[in-house]
Design a protein around this ligand. Structure first.
Ligand SMILES: NC(=O)c1ccc[n+]([C@@H]2O[C@H](COP(=O)([O-])OP(=O)(O)OC[C@H]3O[C@@H](n4cnc5c(N)ncnc54)[C@H](OP(=O)(O)O)[C@@H]3O)[C@@H](O)[C@H]2O)c1
Length: 238
């Protein structure tokens, strides 16, 4: 298809929680939003966003499934002729305490590190054509070596989730440096502690607030930062 005028954003893990809300807010900003989710789970939320007047579409995307990822560039090319924003939001927290099995660690890395890496790699050719490509990696303050080494992780400082988000942070920095001479900006987001299935009921923030960091990074102006780690407008220590 010929390149459409409207910007296009792909959000992974967009069937619920922060991903769905990020898609909603980007849609409200006038972008066409593509909701990635596994097992057909993005269909109903995409229809919900369309009913709210937004330009939304579902795509089958298990971030650990190589065939789903390989199909993405053609899907985006056929339906929009462009891609401007990728929000690598899908993630898992599988740790049950400190004694994480190697298998759990492996599954955590598949979803939180290798998935975002593979998706970004597959979509870079399209992003390079965008006037203002933006990659947002949904990290966590628990991926901060500075925070965890200062003893501020408490009982959340378990091996799998924290180290996977630290790895995602490093991918953010390395990719941002690699793309420094291009129009593409790459940043990591900490949404805060947010009420979702992962964050639980005791979290102080709702998804509307939690989505704002990733949305800001997805819409950064040309003079905005790249290779950074943010919560809201606050820069976090790696
Ligand atoms: N909530 C918080 O306080 C908090 C804090 C810091 C960082 N984060 C990060 O924010 C992101 C979103 O989390 P959330 O709080 O919104 O949690 P959530 O409601 O549990 O949502 C997680 C999302 O990731 C998806 N997902 C997991 N594995 C996937 C896979 N293999 N393929 C495709 N999608 C997959 C889930 O899909 P299914 O429904 O199919 O499982 C779901 O859509 C995560 O990366 C998380 O680490 C959250």
């Amino acid at each position: 298809m010929e390149k459409q005028a409207k910007k296009v954003a792909l959000i992974t893990g967009a069937n619920k929680g922060l991903g769905l809300e990020i898609a909603r807010q980007l849609g409200q900003q006038g972008l066409a939003v593509v909701l990635g989710a596994r097992q057909g789970k993005a269909e109903a939320p995409a229809a919900e966003l369309r009913a709210q007047g937004l330009d939304a579409r579902a795509v089958e995307l298990d971030v650990t499934n190589a065939a789903d990822i390989a199909a993405l560039p053609q899907f985006l090319q056929d339906n929009y002729g462009r891609l401007d924003v990728v929000v690598n939001n899908a993630g898992v927290q599988l740790d049950e305490g400190f004694d994480v099995s190697p298998d759990t660690l492996r599954r955590t890395y598949e979803a939180n590190v290798i998935g975002p890496y593979a998706i970004t790699q597959a979509l870079l050719p399209l992003l390079r054509q965008a006037p203002a490509g933006r990659i947002v990696n949904q990290s966590s303050i628990l991926g901060s070596l500075a925070t965890i080494s200062a003893g501020e992780g408490g009982s959340w400082a378990t091996p799998g989730y924290t180290s996977s988000k630290a790895a995602l942070n490093m991918l953010t920095v390395v990719l941002a440096q690699h793309l420094a001479a291009t129009n593409i900006k790459v940043n990591a987001a900490h949404p805060g502690w947010v009420k979702t299935d992962m964050g639980g009921e005791n979290a102080p923030l709702d998804v509307r607030e939690g989505a704002q960091t990733a949305v800001r990074l997805a819409l950064l102006p040309a003079d905005g930062p790249t290779g950074g780690y943010f919560h809201g407008t606050e820069t976090l220590a790696w």
